[in-house]
Write a protein that binds this ligand. Structure first.
Ligand SMILES: *Cc1c(COP(=O)(O)O)cnc(C)c1O
Length: 440
């Protein structure tokens, strides 16, 4: 029923009256007053413009409401990059998401419920980490991989030297340079070898009274090919004198070897090879929340973890209860999505791509299933490609899919928008299909 208002301004419902309507009042409880008021304002503008009948203003407000109180929007990762840093790296497992809900309230993160006294903060996550890496004798969790490494340097090396190969002084992404991070802790870098070749004697010749530790860094997002030489951690650890620990930054967070990633270093392997300390990220191949994992081997390593844990900066880089909960649940719970995606059989991906393309083509779209190539990303397994399958659409779909809800991020390749299914959970194929159909 359209109101033929002579002066439409008169007919604009008042803000307080609209806010008092039950569906709008419920939205205020869920989203807060500011966001709902903005939606009311937009609905009132539409009434003023004659686009909405004053009698329909509540429905118009509800249509204008944001989905939640965050501007962050869910994005389906159809890029074929398993760990996409711009998409927040690893999606969490259902167990980790449930754990977040527990930790979101008040919880016993630092309380011993048996005694009522103070508990060891993060004990459950550290225990889960130690259970996952039996070769480790001690562990600590920091804010991210960079924080774990910075803590090690700040604890062991201020005013002293970190001996590291020139071939491993990497920039990881968004301008993050590992040597700058280490130097910022007050440590001096003693660079040895050359970009492509570093030998054991280079390390040994550089050791001296000022040496705090020797560092091996996983080159993360590049490979050096051709006339190259690097020293294996096992060989290096065996050659170092007592009192000079080997620290290995493996980056990716692989705790144990993975058959599909034979060249990717893992924490257990590095400790077995003699590393005193290993640092890694929680949101890369481990498939958990952003976190920095510090693992110490038996003896010296465990003592060093203890020193790191007691350094004043450990407090500044400590993780919150949400991270601890999600990390523990990732370690104890089912295979996280990143690992499931990594391990999916390519034949299964082709089946899914065929089904999706057939459905879209049946709706009249130019959609075909194609073979594709996925990567690990996030600074893991550089140079490794994973066979995958995708649905190829006209390029114009890329922007439209990004604007959808949920947004879908594909990959542009040779004038086509590819939706690679390697990093898409099978349960999300339906959402991808609907998102594409909504574009036309
Ligand atoms: C990713 C990475 C880091 C940084 O880890 P964040 O968790 O992103 O802080 C450090 N070193 C290596 C080798 C990496 O791959």
């Amino acid at each position: 029923m359209k109101t033929p208002a002579v002066d439409p301004r008169r007919a604009v419902p008042r803000t307080d009256a609209v806010l008092a309507e039950p569906p709008v009042a419920a939205a205020v409880r869920r989203l807060g007053k500011d966001l709902v008021k903005q939606a009311v304002g937009r609905a009132q503008d539409a009434v003023r413009a004659g686009q909405v009948d004053p009698a329909d203003v509540v429905a118009a407000v509800v249509a204008e409401l944001p989905a939640g109180a965050t501007r962050l929007r869910p994005v389906l990762n159809a890029t074929g990059v398993l760990l996409h840093t711009n998409l927040g790296r690893a999606p969490l497992s259902p167990a980790a998401r449930d754990a977040l809900a527990v930790a979101a309230g008040t919880c016993d993160v630092e309380l011993d419920l048996d005694t009522g006294g103070r508990g060891r903060r993060g004990a459950a996550a550290v225990d889960a980490l130690l259970a996952a890496v039996p070769a480790a004798a001690a562990a600590h969790v920091a804010n991210n991989g960079a924080a774990a490494l910075a803590l090690v340097a700040a604890t062991l090396a201020p005013g002293r030297e970190i001996v590291v190969s020139r071939g491993e002084l990497v920039e990881i992404g968004d301008g993050f340079r590992l040597p700058d991070l280490l130097a910022a802790t007050g440590a001096r870098l003693r660079e040895v070898g050359t970009t492509n070749r570093t030998h054991l004697r280079d390390y040994i010749d550089a050791l001296g009274a000022d040496t705090a530790f020797v560092l091996k860094v996983h080159p993360s997002n590049f490979v050096v090919r051709g006339f190259t030489s690097a020293v294996a951690p096992r060989e290096l650890a065996a050659a170092l004198p007592d009192g000079v620990p080997l620290v290995v930054d493996i980056g990716s967070g692989l705790l144990a070897p993975h058959p599909l990633l034979p060249d990717e270093p893992d924490a257990a392997g590095m400790l077995a090879d003699g590393a005193a300390l290993v640092t890694a990220s929680g949101d890369k191949l481990l498939g958990g929340p952003q976190a920095g994992l510090l693992l110490g081997g038996p003896g010296v390593g465990a003592a060093l973890v203890d020193r790191v844990r007691r350094h004043p900066l450990a407090r500044a880089m400590r993780v919150d209860k949400l991270t601890l909960a999600a990390l523990e649940a990732t370690l104890r719970g089912p295979v996280p999505p990143v690992r499931a995606a990594l391990e999916t059989d390519p034949a299964e991906l082709h089946r899914r791509a065929d089904a999706l393309a057939a459905r879209l083509a049946a709706a009249g779209l130019d959609a075909v299933a194609v073979a594709s190539t996925a990567t690990v990303g996030g600074g893991g397994a550089p140079g490794t490609t994973l066979p995958s399958a995708a649905v190829a659409l006209p390029e114009r779909f890329a922007a439209a899919l990004r604007a959808g809800d949920p947004a879908v991020l594909g990959r542009l390749e040779r004038g086509r928008c590819l939706l690679d299914l390697r990093a898409v959970a099978p349960a999300d194929d339906e959402l991808v299909a609907r998102a594409v159909l909504a574009v036309r």
